[in-house]
Write a new protein. Structure first.
Length: 290
């Protein structure tokens, strides 16, 4: 598919068209396993099969808020409880045992009891469907689209654990950007040097940007959105913008753009300034040997 003609583009699309060569160069240089850490994604690579990775991915993405060191530390605590086969563990462990095992767990404002209920809901779904991708496929079929499917996915897992709404797994029905859920989907659907993939029920063309405060700030500074907050409408708007140019993989650059500001040697402000000022992309960071 050819990119749209410039005279038909919005201001945001014209801005993006100018930055795409720089984003592509960042992708070429940074979209590699060696640049994953520190990131909860690294925990998925501890497991070989899609059946295990989908459980680990949903669990660790649910706590991907706050300081990354705390996220990784608590992800390790969850994995130590679930053992070598998180899938088998959740299918066989009762809600009461989960509550006992996670009694001392806390991730910011997520208590051990809430996490235990969340994992119990995942276990209930696994006992019915066998795999999370089969469950999500059924949610999409019943609802008719991705967002409706995500709402069913969230609601039924939480209800299965006896929870109402939970920050661990928000719903697009509430207008939430669902950053952590869309991040989980990206891990499971895309397959390249970083995202492990494995799910076949969706293609990369169906994905939505995991829109958090940092990505929103970068998009705002680069003139890719005029919206005022990183909500679901913003995530869909930015995804639609990238889809105009790379319809087959609109969230392709999510990983590399989030490296700036996560990796200590990469400065998000400097990257934005280089994009805006038209300087040579790597002139000021070549000394990092990236």
């Amino acid at each position: 598919m050819r990119p749209p003609k410039k005279d038909t583009l919005s201001e945001e699309a014209r801005n993006l068209a100018g930055f795409l060569p720089r984003f592509e160069e960042a992708y070429r240089r940074l979209n590699r396993r060696e640049f994953i850490s520190p990131d909860p994604l690294e925990k998925l690579y501890l497991f070989e099969t899609v059946e295990e990775r989908e459980i680990v991915g949903l669990a660790v993405s649910s706590i991907a808020y706050g300081r990354v060191a705390q996220i990784l530390r608590n992800a390790d605590r969850l994995l130590s409880v679930m053992g070598l086969s998180p899938r088998t563990f959740l299918m066989k462990t009762s809600a009461g045992d989960l509550s006992r095992l996670l009694g001392g767990f806390r991730h910011r404002f997520t208590s051990g009891d809430e996490m235990a209920s969340f994992l119990a809901g995942i276990g209930k779904v696994l006992r019915k469907y066998g795999r999370l991708d089969a469950f999500f496929e059924d949610c999409i079929r019943r609802s008719g689209d991705l967002l409706g499917g995500a709402a069913l996915f969230s609601g039924e897992i939480l209800a299965g654990g006896g929870l109402g709404k939970s920050f661990l797994l928000p719903s697009p029905a509430d207008g939430s950007a669902c950053k952590r859920f869309f991040l989980f989907l990206k891990w499971m659907v895309r397959s390249d040097g970083v995202d492990p993939g494995g799910w076949k029920i969706l293609g990369p063309e169906n994905l939505v940007f995991p829109m958090d405060v940092h990505m929103f700030r970068m998009c705002s500074c680069l003139g890719l959105t005029k919206r005022k907050k990183p909500d679901l409408k913003t995530a869909l708007e930015v995804t639609g913008l990238f889809r105009q140019f790379i319809p087959e993989d609109p969230v392709k650059y999510d990983f590399v753009l989030t490296r700036f500001g996560i990796r200590r040697e990469m400065d998000a402000k400097a990257f934005v300034n280089m994009c805006l000022e038209g300087d040579e992309l790597w002139r000021e960071i070549e000394q990092t040997n990236i």
